[in-house]
Design a binder for this molecule. Sequence first.
Ligand code: ADP
Length: 514
Amino acid sequence: MQRTASCMLGEHLQVGRALYVEVEGEGPDTVAAIVRQYVRDLPPVPDKVPYVAFCDGFIGELYRTDQTVVVTDSETDPRFDEAVRASWRTIRVRASVSLALNKQGREQVIFGLHNEGPRQWTEDEIRLVREVAERTWADAERARAENALRQREIKYRTLFETMGQSYSMVKMIRDESGKAVDARMLELNPAFERLMGIPVSEAINRTLLEVFPQIEDSWIQVYEQVITQNTPQRIEHRFAAMDKWFQVYAYPVADDQLLLLSENITERKKADEALQASEIELKRLLKLRDDFIGVASHELKTPVTSMKVYGEIVKEKMELIGTPQDADMVSKLNGQIDRLIHLINTLLDTTRIAEGQLRLALESLDLCELVEDRVNELRPTTGHRFTIQAEQPLPRLPADRERIGQVLTNLLSNAIKYSPKTSEIVVTCTRREHTAEISVSDQGLGIPESDQSKIFDRFYRVISENRSTYPGMGLGLYIASQIITRHHGKLWLRSAPGKGSTFIFSLPYSTPRP
Ligand code: ADP
């Protein structure tokens, strides 16, 4: 089209050259691409010329202000400077009519006629050049837009044909009262066939209920909602007959139509169901475990308490009438009974906590005194060195002496258990603004960062090679943290493997009102 226009104009006006030049690129990279040129008795100009060569000096200024540049003779025209004049000589032009079409704020197209010798252009000729240029540009634009549309169409068609999701465009079918009763499938892509196992040719233009008689009325009602509320929705449908689950995104489109994008989510659904079932099973097993622990520890408590009483009686007798070895044996037996009682009490505590039955007997407690008591109780049982640091006396606070004593014994026993035999254990009592803080530090194994958040969980024990020999059930810290929480306090730790651990708990001076 540009060629025809250039040709016709060139022929009609008998000029040496007619050019249709498109401006491409931005800033300094701007080039003028000669899209079409008609040449009669002049050599063609190169296909790509730097833009400045066309639009230098006064010519560019006239282009930018939408004026037609008319040159009768470049050799005598006072507007020319020597450089431009010389460049015109190289392409053998002395007279020309040219103009730039400024679209979207910049020159898009330059249209020009070149004449080898001087020429006096008439008004009609000048008008004709502008008219032809405008028309040619408009036609070229239309062609470009059509082409772009075609390309887009090809792109979307490819997407439509190859996408993994099934695409269906449906139009609602309504009864006389206007209620949606079914929907007709107007457009389907190949994925529909893959997903549903029904050829597109058998489903297209038929209704949902004709093709899938088993679908429920609720589907249609949901689609209806999407249209009335004019909001897209994600829906999960189950096809009982196929034993398949589909996820459908329904988008409202004009004219009572819906776009449905569906995919098969059966595998995911089955995995979810299996996960749910295993979670239920896990809960059942955990409950079974807790029930068993509760019943067993409760049943064990009575006979073991009696054993303890008889053990003490036998011990007294042996000290009177038996040999020292007999007395020693009975005392060891009693020691083991004490361990058993401690284990049973620990298990009973976990059951109480799980059932929300952990009761506190609050009293006004001197925490530092309790720390000293518990340290002194443990001192003779180990080779560790204990240091208590208490710079300021602590105010008394409301707490359960037995339970807080249990926490202290647990932290101290762990410090003993998990650190070298003669190392030091430091206990500090610190007075803070609203709380009293107790810390127990050892120089033992330490606890890896990754275990620290789980250390207060029920039955949690750190697993590593050098720990397998330490006995325990992983309940002590769990119970301790629950006791502290019930006192509205906090229990935390600082530790690094090989560098020892510090367990800290704080208790408020007054219990917050519930
Ligand atoms: P138990 O000591 O009976 O296993 P706990 O609940 O008291 O149970 O402790 C949980 C785990 O935390 C222990 O198995 C041990 O691995 C780790 N742990 C507790 N205290 C310390 C400590 N002072 N130093 C190193 N590891 C500790």
